[in-house]
Design a protein around this ligand. Structure first.
Ligand code: ADP
Length: 477
């Protein structure tokens, strides 16, 4: 229950009902005051007409006729509804209606003074206490000639009754409006929040069970549907990240397990052999252990190398370690790399060809990282090309606006199957054919990270059995 009162649906309903009722109340108040003002205007007009008629009669036929007509008219209106008094300016009353009910109604001296000062008439409202509560009396004062003042009063009980019944009706209507506003507001709020609830439910299901569920998207293309689409896109991204992390963890575990198993195996075999040899073959035992130590160092170096490459990729991708940028002549760098790899190429009987464009190929970058990128591409090309093949390295200016330095490493090697092609830049990803070769599946990841950190990209074309071409595009300085 407490949860319901804190819910957005409840607050929305309450706000809706409050705003609706407040608007209705404002409309009523305006209407009420307009009616009140109109009723008073009409009463005042009726009173003015009344006293003007008596004044006319007084002027035409004298005071006696005026008094009898006033009495007749007061009786005709009703003794409980209206009365009159006629008095001299000294205050002495000389004629009146039946004042049994009106004794409390006083003569306002301010009115008398205002009339004597020249005002044509004076209007005021007095309260009259009765058995049924107080009643409002509207009173008008008018001068008849120089000496006489006419006071005429009209009880406003009919008008007050009308306003009272109007108020009662309003309260009843307001109660209905409040109930209606709560019902309609509740319905609308629940409808508006149903989409959010739907999303919340799916999100809970995803947290509890699997990442495959998606928020159902409606056909209205409203804000809720847009939110659902955004959440689904976010889930897609999270799922792909989780899958990547899972693959990477599997790969790391696999790639770490092999060298560690090897180290363990070598250690075990060495121990067994040493035990069999006995203390008399002391020298042989020492040699066995020395061999084991050398193997361990080699494996550890490989492991350390792999870990260092992983760290280099992470740092380059995240930008934690800023690149030490300076102008690097790629032509010089590629030539040096080819020099270094020439003996390897010769060992595998692969022809290494270098073509460098005339135009200057300078990039603003980190020479050490760019060297590692070039070395990885060359190493791969030679590694996956069998004897008699060719690796061609070329450097040129390219791109749509001729603002890129394009390094292309092309080989006539085994090529890459289409199913592997989208994954070769992933960390630890290794194609089937590469299982026989040394490597950790990190070379291309590092190359791509370096190219991206320099604002560039790597494209690859490959045909299984015919060869591959890797093209690195780097913005020229
Ligand atoms: P590895 O250590 O396995 O070479 P890389 O990240 O350098 O790791 O390459 C990833 C995978 O891409 C390799 O395992 C291989 O299958 C494929 N590959 C990369 N370069 C070539 C190439 N020049 N020819 C054929 N396959 C390649």
């Amino acid at each position: 229950m407490n949860k319901f009162f804190r819910s957005f649906t409840f607050r929305l309903t309450l706000w809706y009902a409050l705003i609706f009722c407040f608007s209705a109340w404002i409309a009523f108040a305006v209407f009420y005051f307009l009616i009140d003002a109109e009723l008073q205007k009409r009463t005042d007009e009726a009173l003015r007409n009344q006293v003007e008629e008596i004044e006319r009669i007084y002027q035409l036929q004298g005071i006696d006729t005026a008094v009898s007509i006033a009495r007749l008219q007061a009786e005709a209106t009703g003794e409980r509804r209206s009365f009159f008094r006629m008095f001299y300016r000294t205050g002495v009353v000389f004629a009146s209606a039946n004042l049994a009910r009106w004794k409390q109604v006083t003569v306002n001296q301010t009115a008398i003074r205002a009339l004597l000062a020249g005002k044509r008439h004076f209007l005021e409202t007095q309260q009259l206490a009765g058995s049924n509560g107080t009643c409002q009396i509207r009173v008008i004062y008018r001068r008849l000639g120089q000496e006489i003042v006419l006071q005429w009063g009209l009880c406003l009980d009919q008008e007050q009754a009308l306003l009272a019944s109007f108020r009662r009706v309003f309260l009843a209507v307001m109660a209905l409006v409040l109930a209606g506003a709560l019902a309609v507001g509740g319905f609308m709020a629940r409808r508006a929040m149903s989409g959010v609830e739907r999303i919340g439910k799916t999100a809970r299901r995803i947290t509890e069970k699997d990442l495959n569920s998606r928020v159902p998207v409606g056909r209205r293309a409203d804000e809720i549907d847009e939110l659902a689409i955004t959440i689904n896109q976010m889930l897609d991204r999270i799922q792909s990240l989780v899958t990547n992390i899972r693959h990477m963890t599997d790969n790391i575990a696999h790639d770490l397990r092999s060298p560690i198993t090897r180290i363990r195996g070598v250690a075990e075999v060495t121990l067994e052999r040493a035990a069999k040899m006995g203390p008399e073959r002391h020298q042989d035992v020492l040699e066995e252990f020395a061999g084991m130590a050398a193997d361990t160092i080699e494996e550890c170096d490989r492991l350390l190398d792999m870990i260092a490459t992983m760290l280099a990729i992470s740092r380059t991708e995240s930008g934690i370690e800023p690149l030490k940028r300076r102008p690097v002549d790629m032509a010089v760098m590629v030539e040096q790399a080819c020099e270094i790899f020439k003996p390897v190429a010769e060992d595998c009987s692969v022809q290494l060809v270098l073509r460098v464009a005339e135009a200057p190929c300078v990039v603003q970058g980190d020479a050490r990282m760019l060297q590692r990128m070039v070395a990885n591409l060359l190493d791969n090309a030679l590694k996956y090309t069998s004897a008699g093949g060719q690796v061609e390295v070329s450097l040129a200016v390219g791109g749509k606006k001729q603002d890129m330095v394009v390094l292309s490493v092309s080989d006539t090697g085994c090529g890459i199957e289409a199913c592997h092609l989208p994954h070769i830049f992933e960390r630890f990803y290794r194609g089937d054919q590469s299982r026989a070769t040394t490597g950790s599946g990190l070379g291309l990841s590092l190359a791509l990270a370096v190219a991206r950190a320099h604002g560039g990209r790597i494209e690859v074309e490959s045909e299984p059995g015919k060869g591959s071409t890797f093209r690195v595009f780097l913005p020229s300085a």
